[in-house]
Design a protein around this ligand. Structure first.
Ligand code: COA
Length: 258
């Protein structure tokens, strides 16, 4: 059985991290196969959205594989950190939205993986932490950078320096996740959100994602400039013609995936 299962369900590319006996910890094999699944789905024009989840009910991902981290030299650890970062950058840079559907533990590298996704939706059972300092380490797959950008420096430092687990309710309150549901509803609600996004203009979704993501790393004036350019690009597309005409004709738009 592969450590990554992937399949396409009606334009939804599903990726399941499948090491439940190790709480889906990220070893190098998982990173490699995760990378190739993301690349495959990004190249496949039939895929409009990607959902990332962990196998089993207990864990999304309980971190980088501690067994692989326990005796690295400084140079090996730096290379390992760059390797994880490069896979997570690929996720963040995906032209198709990537939705993390989180139940159980999202710890260390698992929390960092969720942070690299575009939307995080969790079950009430989800637990989040960056506990690396309790192992005598620091987060190395983007956690020290992405968490502060998402929730602000004070809250990020609280999580990173104390290394404590927080509940899904706390994660929702601080903006680490955007939706929380009872565990029994998580899959249904994740699929529902994915279908809603899939029903929108596909080019508009891709350009809106690009505008928000790229804008975060730009000064406001530059971000606004880019937004105007992308707005120009989408406004003259067939997709915008269809969306606006459908509104005026009081009917549902029919968008096409190329
Ligand atoms: N890396 C490697 N293996 C891991 C792992 C990780 N990050 N997290 C869990 N596992 C393994 C355990 O070693 C155990 O394997 P075993 O059955 O062969 O002994 C298995 O997954 C089940 O975990 P276990 O600890 O027995 O489950 P639990 O319910 O008692 O505790 C956790 C769950 C999540 C609290 C605990 O596993 C934990 O603290 N994991 C590490 C979390 C962490 O520090 N992550 C950051 C890494 S940088």
């Amino acid at each position: 059985m592969s450590v990554i299962e992937s399949r396409i369900e009606n334009h939804l590319g599903r990726i399941i991290i499948n090491r439940p006996d190790k709480l889906n910890a990220l070893n190098n094999e998982v990173l490699e196969k995760l990378e190739s699944s993301i690349l495959d789905f990004n190249q496949d024009s039939s895929v409009g959205i990607i959902v990332l989840q962990g196998a089993g009910e207990k864990s999304f991902v309980a971190g980088a594989d501690i067994a692989e981290l326990s005796c690295l030299t400084a140079e090996q650890a730096r290379v390992q950190s760059l390797r994880g970062q490069s896979v997570f950058n690929l996720i963040e840079q995906s032209s198709k939205p990537i939705l993390a559907s989180i139940q159980g533990f999202a710890l260390g590298g698992g929390c960092e993986l969720a942070l690299a996704c575009h939307i995080r939706i969790a079950s009430e059972s989800a637990r989040f932490a960056l506990p690396e300092v309790s192992l005598g380490l620091i987060p190395g797959y983007g956690g020290t950078q992405r968490l502060a950008r998402l929730v602000g420096m004070g809250v990020a430092l609280d999580m990173i320096l104390a290394g404590e687990m927080i509940t899904a309710a706390d994660a929702l309150r601080m903006g680490l996740v955007s939706r929380v549901y009872p565990a029994t509803e998580l899959n249904t609600q994740t699929n529902k959100l994915a279908e809603t996004i899939l029903s929108r203009g596909p080019k508009a979704v891709a350009l809106a994602l690009k505008s928000v993501r790229d804008g975060l790393h730009l000064p406001l004036a530059k971000g606004l400039e880019q937004e105007a350019s992308l707005f120009g690009l989408i406004a003259e597309s067939m997709e915008a013609r269809e969306g606006t005409t459908a509104f005026l004709e009081k009917r549902k738009p029919k968008f096409h995936r190329s």
